[in-house]
Structures are given as C-alpha cells and as structure tokens.
Design a binder for this molecule. Structure first.
Ligand SMILES: Cc1ncc(COP(=O)(O)OP(=O)(O)O)c(N)n1
Ligand SMILES: Cc1ncsc1CCOP(=O)(O)O
Ligand SMILES: [Mg+2]
Length: 209
C-alpha cells in the first residue's frame, strides 16, 4: 500500500509540542506536505494518548495523510491506523496479523540489512534506518552509515525511511543514497510558530521534487 511512497514523515515530540501545540503544529506540517505523521508519546497517560491520537487521526484524514502510532499495537488497532515498531516493541508478524494486510507497519532496522530482511519477511510496509546524524530527540540512538541505504535500495522493494538528526541542510545525501522518506522531529517541530512549521515542512517536501 505504501510502495513507492516518497516524502516527509513528521514525528511528534511531547516536549516540543507541549502547551497545546500538538494539533496546530501537526496541522501545519500536514499543510506543508507531510505524507506520514507519527504519534510518538512515551508517557503512560492512556486517556491523553487516546484523545490525542484520535484527534491526529481525524487531522490526517482531512489531509489524506497516514497516521502511524509509535510502539503501541493496541492503540493502532483501536484507531485502525498504522504502527511503527522498534526492535524492543514486539513482533512485526504479530502486528501484521492483528492489523491486517492493508495497515502500514514500519520497522526500525538501525544500520542492519539483516534486521531489514527479517522485517520484510514478517510483512513490514517500510524499513527505517538511522540515526544518520546525532539526534537531540533520541540521544542514545544507534548510528547508521549512508551505505546501508544504498544496499537496502538495491535489495528491497519497499519505502526506505531515514531518521536521526535530519535537517534541511544535511538531507540531500540521504535522498541520493536511496532514502524515499525523511523522518524528522526537531528540525520540523522546534519552531516558534505554526507558520514556521508549515514553511519548514514545505521546504522538506520540495526536496522530493
Ligand atoms: C520512522 C521511525 N524510525 C525509527 C524509529 C525509532 O523506533 P525505536 O527504535 O523503537 O525508538 P522509539 O522511537 O520508540 O524511541 C521511529 N520511532 N520511527
Ligand atoms: C525516534 C528516533 N530514532 C532514531 S533517531 C530518532 C529521533 C529523530 O528525531 P530528530 O529528527 O529530532 O533527530
Ligand atoms: Mg519504539
């Protein structure tokens, strides 16, 4: 379903989007052209998570974008939206069985073609590699080399997501080496206004033209 997809993949951050910024800033990112939006919230506040994810699902529907829930299969199943799983977050195969063949399910592959092969064989919709640059959002993220994108592009017929410290200034080599989507938190959402988020999203989206 996601085959061939290209574009900006916006990922939320509970600190950057605190104080009622979540909805206006996400809407700005979607208006600017983000194709995927990941709800990434590490809190245990289930009521708030459900409320926010539901609001984001409605927003994504309006902009014909896909909502992806980070880590939480139950929430993704409840809202009938996509899911992103890391290596410690449960099995892609189980998620595929639970969410059905059309759901978007993404897998963290770090710097590893072997993890990517495993994720592909279990039914992942996209493969995420990184971090490619030091990340303020996830400081302990494992580093990855550009060469993994090149190899993955030759080997897999799936969208390849690059993540980690991506900015407008360092993104181009990722695209040249095979990334089809750029997943961004800080360089997109650490802005003072929604208008600035929209224009940053537009600039990221333009990298794909
Ligand atoms: C698109 C995308 N790629 C990688 C990750 C990282 O997932 P994970 O390794 O499980 O780390 P957390 O995000 O859960 O802290 C991601 N979320 N999205
Ligand atoms: C979730 C995640 N996984 C690897 S790096 C990262 C954070 C990406 O955020 P930023 O774009 O701010 O580096
Ligand atoms: Mg995770």
């Amino acid at each position: 379903m996601l085959k061939g997809s290209q574009g900006l993949y916006a990922i939320t951050d509970s600190e950057l989007l605190a104080n009622d910024k979540l909805l206006p800033y996400c809407e700005a990112a979607l208006r600017g052209g983000a194709k995927l939006l990941q709800y990434r919230d590490k809190s245990q506040n289930h009521a708030r998570r459900l409320r926010e994810a539901r609001q984001l699902a409605q927003l994504c529907q309006r902009y014909q974008a896909y909502l992806i829930i980070n880590d939480d299969l139950e929430l993704a199943a409840y809202l009938n939206v996509g899911l992103h799983l890391g290596q410690q977050d449960g099995s892609i195969a189980e998620a595929r069985a639970r969410l059905g063949e059309h759901a978007i399910i993404g897998a963290t592959c770090h710097d590893s073609l072997q993890l990517a092969e495993q994720a592909r064989s279990e039914g992942a919709s996209y493969l995420a590699f990184g971090r490619f640059f030091p990340s303020q959002t996830k400081q302990d993220a494992q580093p990855a080399d550009l060469s993994v994108l090149q190899s993955a592009a030759q080997r897999f017929n799936l969208p390849l997501v690059a993540i980690g410290g991506i900015t407008l200034d360092n993104a181009q080599p990722l695209l040249h080496n095979g990334a089809t989507m750029l997943a961004v938190v800080h360089d997109l959402f650490a802005q003072n206004t929604a208008a600035a988020v929209e224009s940053r999203a537009r600039a990221f989206a333009a990298l794909f033209n």
